[in-house]
Design a protein around this ligand. Structure first.
Ligand code: PXP
Length: 236
């Protein structure tokens, strides 16, 4: 069974839209853990567009499961992670030049800087994962960085329109996972997964962790709407 890391970035997105204190991603993390998730994932972006440093500092203290920090492989972010000590750091691209055509980290082009970041984070006792496309050459390059994990980018699968396309993308993910296993890499997956498309990915052998954000936060807004309106009506 794959474990679930809940990405709470978009709770912070709603908060930042108003510049006030709610909804607080810390409260969302606590509730997600109470519901049984296996980890909390946040992306502290260089532009701080949603998650803030205050959030990761408090999350480090309150998360009881596993804190997975998504971050760019920059000197500033590596230093921050060495201070924060998340359980896992997932290196993700933030700038166009760090991206492959499909959207994962371009490990082939940035082998040296990524390897350096992996080394520094690993020395601090942080497990490192590289967010990459299901492309065999990228997986091969990832295995040379010393990172124990990759996170397979499921965005192309999630965005597939026809049944054939879905099958083709699923087959690519399976082939990529099999290749990663032969290279001794451990496998996470995520991006664009939702209540309709998650099961086939969760069933890929050796996929350990799924990181899911947008669809869970979206559903939380909708399933909570009726109750929120009723509570306001009582006050009025
Ligand atoms: N995994 C990684 C590496 C991501 O960058 C994201 C998006 O922040 C996710 C998983 C979650 O994607 P989604 O919000 O589409 O579920």
């Amino acid at each position: 069974m794959a474990t679930l890391g809940v990405n709470i970035d978009h709770v912070a997105t709603v908060r930042q839209a108003r510049g006030v204190g709610e909804p607080d991603p810390i409260a969302a993390a606590v509730l997600a853990e109470l519901a049984g998730c296996h980890g909390i994932t946040v992306h502290l972006r260089e532009d701080r567009r949603h998650i803030q440093e205050r959030d990761v500092t408090i999350l480090r203290k309150v998360v009881q499961t596993k804190l997975n920090l998504e971050m760019a492989a920059t000197t500033e972010m590596v230093a921050l992670a060495q201070d924060l000590l998340p359980d896992q750091a997932t290196l993700v691209p933030e700038k166009r030049e760090e991206l492959t055509t499909e959207g994962g980290l371009d490990v082939i082009t940035h082998q040296e800087s990524i390897t350096k970041a992996v080394e520094s984070l690993s020395q601090a006792g942080i497990k490192v994962s590289l967010f990459i496309d299901p492309v065999l050459d990228q997986i091969e390059a990832a295995s040379k960085t010393g990172a124990p994990f990759i996170e397979l980018h499921t965005g192309e699968y999630a965005g597939a329109k026809s049944e054939e396309e879905v099958e083709r993308e699923l087959a690519r993910l399976k082939k990529a996972a099999a290749k990663a296993v032969t290279l001794g890499l451990r496998i996470n997956a995520g991006h664009g997964l939702n209540y309709r498309n998650v099961t086939p990915v969760a069933s890929i052998p050796r996929v350990e962790e799924l990181n899911i954000g947008h669809s869970i936060v979206s559903r939380a807004v909708l399933v909570g709407m009726e109750r929120a309106v009723r509570e306001m009506l009582v006050l009025i």
